[in-house]
Design a protein around this ligand. Structure first.
Ligand code: NAP
Length: 692
């Protein structure tokens, strides 16, 4: 029988003894075992910190992002192998797709985030803060990778996604991971880690794997590490209160079970598209992954006068679900992950039955296709009805981690909101309504208790990613019962692995540290006009101060005529009494255009390929005819761009793709009194001398 490997300290190592037996969830046959017995967990963490962290923290965000992309592409090439193994967990093709390709998609998404980050191992956070009248002292925030390791303790339901959605983020941030999947489905995680390690795409020490118990690993974590937990609220609380987690102030992110709900808006009637959308969404939530999703709908709230009809409609749809061996193409719902999980679901449903009744499905029997109902971990989808949802806490507290959901009536929107909150904090909630007023009332009323809210109606249902799908660019997590954690959410996610430090000093010092030009920092003489320099030749702080240009009333008239912008403030004929202005004032965009006329100097071709846009632009003082403006133009930030993939057979064709980067320029516009009248950041695309 196969014994799963643990990938630690650079080697695949089997634990001591027989280990925990792992079963094919569909046939009930044992086929592997897993154990971490005898492993030295302290050395696992040390190895990650010394090897993995040292290597990753030296890489820039761009390099780490490219590494994630390469990893995603590599795993895509091997995905069929993972599908084959995934069937052992009772997952259908669709279930496996969510787990495997959803996980790989997460790597791609995080890889793309590199475009929002600098080509540095660290980044700035937020806006600069002026701290002195004379502009010699300022503050900023810097984010640097922590010096530790991310320890991920995961649940059994998504053995691939659960790992990849987490490591994508810590690797982009620059810190290594030790992944401990739930033992029962760790065979699939092991298969993916084998591919990752074999690919040699990650630096050594960036990823280690433990298949089996987490042992005493938490005894050795420290404040530079981050521990994440996904699983039951019970285990989560135990780990969160571990003495080392508390004593060493170790960041701990918890994603626990939650009693997510869906609400049918009072406006939705049978026959409306939203009626069918609701039924479809509920069915999907009950049957996909056989309900083993942390986000699955556990509570269904429907206006009391429609509950009978809705219950019948949902039951009717559930009745069409073909359950059985996921290898059979007709099957739409597979099994639970194992017999223990089935026993657990049954015992939780028994608790729910104290206040509810089963109106569809059965606790004891289920018809299955191509499998044995008893040997495999099959269970029937179940719809429960609780007619008095305010009379009991059970329906709002007991999670049956399987294809089980309870339908409950509500009278008005206030009641629906109150019921949603009785879950004491959930990962997500959905409202199905065609009425924007109802949607707004629910979202604003229920948001405090939910990590994510989906508003479903006819407009978006077709393209909607659905109630149950956490997305890499949106936060995942929820308050209270859901663990109080937050992960993913694009750039928000990586901040969990970075130390945010306030830095104070002179603008010139902060520029030197951050490699981003700060207002009022000393500039450098670029020698030649900076537009004559290639990307590599430009230095942050390269600065020119331009000649002055007189702004005349005729200029303003011409700009109004040319642009068609005849806003009254730009017209001489206007009576300016009661306006913000004393007289005809120049258009802000004219001032910006005139600024460009001052800082762009060349009639000849130069390394600047094009104007890429404006990030920020503020007009801070009116410019009247007779004023003279001049510009301080400083090189603010540089980000190299990757070349589009080229066919090595085809010679590089100029114009198709050019080695280049984006350069941001800080533009300060002053008038004849040297007072700023405008400030902005413009972007140009600048050619590189050498291909990267
Ligand atoms: P679990 O029993 O709480 O286990 C979760 C993880 O904790 C597993 O890796 C488990 O390892 C580990 N663990 C258990 N006891 C431990 C200890 N004393 N020290 C260190 N690690 C320990 O949950 P599960 O049964 O795997 O997962 C199902 C639950 O997870 C459901 O309630 C579901 O709602 C929740 N869930 C939540 C989310 C979310 O994002 N919020 C996502 C998925 C699942 P072993 O497997 O080796 O015991």
């Amino acid at each position: 029988m196969q014994k799963l490997g643990n990938y630690i300290t650079g080697n695949w190592i089997e634990g001591d003894g027989d280990g925990q037996l792992l079963y094919n969830a569909v046939t009930g046959k044992e086929f592997a075992s897993a154990t971490t017995k005898g492993l030295d967990f302290e050395s696992v963490l040390d190895y990650a910190r010394k090897k993995g962290n040292t290597a990753l923290r030296k890489m820039t965000f761009q390099e780490r992002g490219r590494m994630l992309r390469a990893l995603a592409l590599h795993l895509m090439q091997h995905k069929e192998k993972f599908y084959t193994i995934s069937y052992l967990s009772g997952a259908t093709k669709i279930d496996s797709w969510i787990d495997i390709e959803g996980g790989i998609g997460n790597l791609f998404s995080n890889a793309s985030l590199r475009r929002k980050l600098p080509d540095e191992p660290f980044c700035l956070d937020g806006d600069p803060i002026a701290l002195s009248k004379g502009n010699t002292f300022m503050g900023h925030h810097i984010l640097v990778p922590k010096e530790g390791v991310a320890v991920h303790i995961n649940a059994y339901n998504f053995p691939v996604w659960g790992m990849l959605e987490k490591i994508a983020v810590n690797l982009l941030a620059g810190i290594p991971a030790v992944v401990k999947p739930a033992t029962v489905t760790s065979y699939l995680t092991e298969a993916v880690v084998k591919e990752i390690i074999a690919s040699k795409i990650l630096p050594e020490g960036a990823l280690q794997l433990l298949c089996g118990s987490a042992g005493n690993i938490l005894d050795f974590v420290n404040s530079q590490d981050v521990v994440t937990f996904t699983g039951s609220a019970y285990t989560g609380l135990k780990l969160k209160s571990h003495p080392t987690i508390l004593g060493e102030a170790v960041p701990f992110n918890m994603e626990a079970d939650s009693l997510n709900c869906i609400v049918l808006g009072a406006d939705v009637e049978p026959g409306m598209p939203e009626w069918d959308i609701f039924i479809k969404e509920v069915k999907k939530e009950i049957t996909v992954k056989a309900g083993q999703k942390c986000t699955a709908v556990r509570r269904i709230f429907v206006p009391g006068n429609k509950i009978e009809e809705m219950s019948r409609a949902i039951a009717n749809e559930l009745g069409k679900t073909v359950i059985g061996n996921p290898l059979n193409e007709k099957v739409r719902m597979g099994s639970l992950a194992g017999q223990d999980q089935r026993n657990e679901v049954r015992s939780q449903v028994q608790k729910l039955l104290a206040s509810s009744q089963i109106i569809y499905g059965s606790l004891d029997s289920v018809a299955v296709l191509d499998a044995d109902e008893k040997e495999g971990a099959f269970i029937s989808p179940m719809l429960l009805l609780n007619e008095n949802p305010f009379a009991t806490e059970t329906s709002h507290d007991v999670e049956a981690f399987g294809p089980v959901s309870t339908i409950m009536p509500y009278k008005n929107m206030d009641e629906a909101i109150e019921l949603s909150k009785k879950g004491k904090g959930s990962l997500c909630s959905t409202i199905v309504t065609a009425d924007p007023k109802i949607a707004k009332q629910y979202v604003l009323g229920a948001a405090t208790h939910h990590g994510r809210i989906l508003v479903l109606n006819e407009d978006c249902a077709k393209e909607s990613t659905g109630h149950g799908s956490p997305l890499p660019l949106l936060v995942h997590g929820g308050p209270g019962r859901a663990g109080g954690g937050e992960e993913m959410g694009g750039l928000r996610g990586i901040r969990h692995y970075l130390q945010r430090t306030a830095i104070q000093g002179s603008p010139t010092m902060i520029t030197a540290i951050s490699n981003v030009y700060q207002a009022h920092a000393k500039g450098n003489d670029p020698g030649v006009h900076p537009f004559k320099k290639y990307f590599e030749e430009l230095h942050i702080g390269d600065q020119i101060i331009t000649e002055k240009r007189l702004i005349t009333s005729e200029d303003i008239d011409k700009f109004a005529a040319l642009s068609g912008d005849n806003f009254y403030a730009h017209l001489t004929a206007t009576d300016f009494a009661g306006t913000m202005f004393e007289q005809q004032v120049a258009h802000g965009y004219f001032i910006m255009s005139a600024a460009a006329g001052l800082f762009v100097d060349s009639y000849e071709k130069n390394p600047v390929l094009l104007n890429y846009g404006i990030d920020e632009l503020r007009f801070t003082k009116p410019v009247y005819p007779g004023s003279s403006i001049y510009i301080r133009f400083s090189c603010k930030e540089k980000t190299a761009q990757e070349m589009k993939e080229q066919n090595p057979e085809v010679p590089f064709v100029k114009g198709q793709d050019i080695p280049k980067g984006i350069v941001k320029w800080f533009v300060e516009i002053f008038d004849e009194t040297s007072e700023a009248v405008g400030v902005g950041t413009i972007l140009t695309m600048v050619e590189m001398k050498n291909k990267i």
